[in-house]
Design a protein around this ligand. Structure first.
Ligand SMILES: *Cc1c(COP(=O)(O)O)cnc(C)c1O
Length: 465
């Protein structure tokens, strides 16, 4: 399998190379040159597979001959064995043809574990084989950092440095990062905000000379192709459980960077009958505005009760644009250049295609809290604020009652107690048993000034041998 850049100028890469790369050298994102297709009969066979078996079936064609099948099988088995539910991604019914796909049974209680547990293991496997070590650097406002740290904590060949804005992430989220100990794990609390942290990461990827020449820098944000790949699996898993391929299924996806929902788009391109993909956003509604006005434009960031969706730009949207523009890399490069300077108007043809499959809905905080309360009162089921946005959008979608709608529950309610309190219901979400002592565990992090040179010097001085 070959991977090509959405901007058409970077060299094509194989799976191993794409795993170790972030952005393409032309500024684009890597996508598979062709997609595997599953027939009606192939999908019928999936009904008998458990989660790891299905993951193997979906992921194998993307990996190609980069990893022998038996080794890949072991990696996948290890990855999903750390999830604390026997079904890995169980479905719960909350209304007539309304379903919730629980993606929060991994170590950090958010769906990012599905991809980052796999990514850590894939990286360690190929690095071991190449006798190579790498440095992972990332900025986080919450979920990505802890999932990346959990995914890489046992990786001998990776030093991981996660920057978070000092005193600006929630206690649960900080502790999920800072209580994981290991010589290769470094939490840097930067005296700035999330954008400052991200700017430092970006600058470091732009000039890597602060690191020794044999240590490359790897990205773990959702521009990394392997993350998207891992997320395709649970769309198939849920749809098949609800009667696909005989019955089409719709999905409602709490969306920030467009990574998760893009995996749903790929599942459909690979043959899964998906009736609709609902883009559910909070008040940071860049994607809802694209869908309703055909204009892609930044607006100022607004903090919300669903912080993991507080974004101004959805980087993975470029991957969809590439298909909507007939995979014309020059056209995408031109659009993204225009976007650097201001709003971009998308063509009627492209938007017509997008609207055939996607719909969108914007859910402000009050409606999020109202949905948490409503679902609690109707079935004593506690949604986290991100998942509540998904459920609200699913209920508002106006799909015909014979189509099952699956909302992706992207986090466990105990991660975001503030929203639960605000919704006025009389219950407190408890952390699952494996995290019950989170607030008693010792923390380790380094407070650093808002200076690129200080961060880079810390990294260079703390690499493993
Ligand atoms: C990251 C995250 C999202 C957004 O996912 P994208 O792939 O960026 O669209 C939604 N909910 C939670 C809880 C998250 O951690």
């Amino acid at each position: 399998m070959k991977y090509i850049s959405t901007r058409g100028q970077a060299p094509a890469l194989d799976f191993e190379q794409v795993l170790l790369t972030g952005l393409a050298s032309d500024g684009g994102l890597y996508v598979p040159e062709t997609l595997p297709r599953f027939s009606h009969e192939d999908i019928i066979e999936m009904a008998s597979m458990d989660y790891p078996q299905l993951a193997q079936r979906i992921i194998e064609p993307f990996v190609g001959d980069a990893i022998p099948a038996a080794d890949l099988q072991q990696i996948i088995a290890d990855t999903y064995a750390v999830f604390r539910h026997n079904a890995v991604a169980p479905l719960t019914q909350i209304g007539h043809n309304q379903w919730v796909l629980e993606l929060f049974h991994g170590p950090t209680l958010a769906f990012k574990d599905f991809a980052l547990q796999l990514l850590g293991r894939l990286l360690d496997y190929v690095l071991e084989r190449r006798h190579q070590k790498v440095v992972i650097m990332g900025a986080t406002s919450g979920d990505t950092g802890s999932a990346a740290i959990e995914g890489c904590k046992r990786c001998k060949n990776i030093d991981i440095f996660i920057l978070h804005p000092h005193e600006r992430v929630s206690d649960v989220q900080r502790r999920q990062m800072t209580t994981v100990t290991g010589d290769n794990i470094h939490n840097l609390a930067v005296q700035g905000n999330f954008d400052d942290c991200q700017a430092m990461v970006k600058a470091s990827f732009g000039d890597r000379s602060f690191l020794p020449s044999d240590r490359s820098l790897v990205a773990v944000n959702s521009i990394n192709w392997a993350r998207i790949m891992a997320q395709i699996v649970y769309y198939f898993y849920a749809a098949v459980a609800l009667g696909a391929p005989m019955r089409p299924v719709a999905f409602s996806v709490p969306t920030g960077n467009f990574g998760d929902i893009f995996a749903g788009y790929l599942a459909r391109e690979m043959g899964l009958p998906v009736a609709q993909l609902i883009i559910a956003t909070n008040r940071n509604d860049v994607l809802h505005r694209v869908m309703t006005t055909s204009t892609y434009g930044r607006q100022a960031l607004q903090y919300s009760l669903s912080p993991s969706m507080d974004i101004t730009v959805s980087s993975n949207f470029e991957r969809l644009l590439f298909d909507l523009y007939d995979r014309d890399g020059d056209a995408i490069a031109a659009l993204m250049r225009e976007f650097e300077h201001g709003d971009v108007h998308l063509s009627d043809k492209a938007m017509g295609r997008a609207r055939n499959l996607f719909s969108s809905y914007r859910v402000p905080d009050e409606e999020t809290c109202a949905q948490i309360a409503a679902t609690w009162n109707e079935c004593e089921y506690l949604l986290d604020p991100h998942s509540a946005i998904g459920v609200k959008a699913a209920l508002a979608s106006g799909l015909s009652a014979d189509i099952p709608v699956v909302t992706l529950a992207t986090a466990h309610a105990a991660k975001f107690p503030q929203a639960i309190t605000r919704s006025g219901i009389n219950t407190e979400p408890a952390l699952p048993l494996h995290l019950a002592d989170l607030f008693d565990r010792p923390e380790r992090f380094e407070v650093l000034p808002l200076e690129l040179s200080a961060v880079q010097a810390f990294m260079a001085n703390n690499l493993s041998a």
